[in-house]
Design a protein. Structure first.
Length: 221
């Protein structure tokens, strides 16, 4: 079998791929920020020591981490419109689903980061008269974010790869752009091979950057 990649030109990039890449990038950034925000809240709930906070947070995290992401995407996309009586669109479904799903993973990362801070710093903040919220906001969380930054970024790279799953509900992501171009030009095999190559190059470059950042943080320590 002979592969022909001659169909790839600037028109294909701007007409098919750019729109999908922009959505994949936007979904990654929004899901990362939302996931870190809600994940941090879940981590604080699990570390609070209060059963009425620990139990629901633990149940949520363990449930989300036990279900494949593609199933969560499909369930939300199919069931929520049925429950509320109106469709919410593939793109909005993807955003909500990814934030809810990634929050469980970012929660575990932040929990490990918070627990990595020596307890002596917590006691020092308490000795200065700080409340639990002040202690977390001013002393613990800034250090936890710094310690966990490489892991947070690594999870974000995985998140970018997972954005290709929104193809299952028809959202126009980068993979969808390649698939459409392949169908229009009659070269589906070449299109999927190019998609794999593009995802590899992007993720490899980002992974290399994370390693460099991790090395710099280790030097500072």
């Amino acid at each position: 079998m002979t592969y022909d990649f001659s169909f790839v030109n600037w028109g294909v990039v701007t007409g098919f791929l750019l729109k999908g890449f922009v959505f994949s990038l936007q979904l990654t950034v929004v899901a990362m920020l939302g996931g870190i925000l809600f994940g941090t809240l879940l981590a604080l709930m699990r570390l609070s020591g209060k059963p009425w906070l620990v139990l629901p947070a633990s149940g949520y995290v363990n449930t989300m981490r036990s279900i494949p992401l593609v199933m969560v995407i499909l369930w939300f996309y199919l069931l929520i419109p049925f429950l509320i009586g109106k469709p919410i669109g593939a793109e909005m479904s993807a955003v909500i689903t990814f934030i809810a799903f990634e929050a469980a993973y970012f929660s575990e990362i932040m929990r490990a980061g918070i627990q990595s801070i020596p307890r002596g710093q917590v006691f020092a903040g308490q000795a200065l008269g700080m409340t639990y919220a002040q202690n977390m906001r001013l002393i613990i969380l800034p250090q936890a974010f710094r310690n966990m930054l490489p892991v947070l970024l690594t999870q974000t790279i995985i998140l970018f790869q997972d954005t290709s799953l929104v193809y299952a509900i028809g959202a126009y992501d980068l993979l969808k752009g390649f698939a459409n171009a392949g169908k229009i030009y009659g070269r589906p095999e070449e299109a999927y091979l190019l998609a794999a190559a593009v995802y590899f190059v992007i993720c490899f470059a980002l992974s290399w950057g994370v390693k460099r950042l991790q090395a710099r943080i280790a030097i500072v320590r």
